[in-house]
Design a protein around this ligand. Structure first.
Ligand code: FE2
Length: 103
């Protein structure tokens, strides 16, 4: 299944996509594009802990559909997605989430 939302941002500062496992899969290519949809890179996470970390404020991401290599067996692609937000000291003694950059 592709990312249901298609090309998108997650709404955080950074997004880490880390492959947990991939079995009997064809497809599942990760596409990174700029804000205007121009492709910047396409890659495939093939081995456990293969990772991509993107600046979610600057790029969009999506994943192509997967299908089983062997149609008689399940196709599995597990990815751990971790999102990060920058935390800054906004004033003395106060820590908070930084303002999003909108560009
Ligand atoms: Fe996402």
């Amino acid at each position: 299944m592709p990312t249901p939302e298609g090309e998108h941002r997650d709404g955080n500062h950074f997004v880490g996509m880390h492959l947990v496992g991939r079995r009997n899969v064809q497809g599942g290519y990760t596409r990174i594009s700029d804000q205007d949809g121009r492709e910047l890179m396409v890659t495939c996470l093939t081995d456990p802990l293969d990772s991509i970390v993107v600046d979610d404020t600057r790029v969009r991401h999506s994943v192509t559909p997967i299908e089983p290599l062997n149609p008689g067996q399940a196709a599995v692609r597990d990815v751990l997605v971790l999102t990060y937000d920058t935390v800054v000291a906004e004033s003395a003694g106060q820590i908070g989430r930084s303002r999003r950059r909108n560009n």
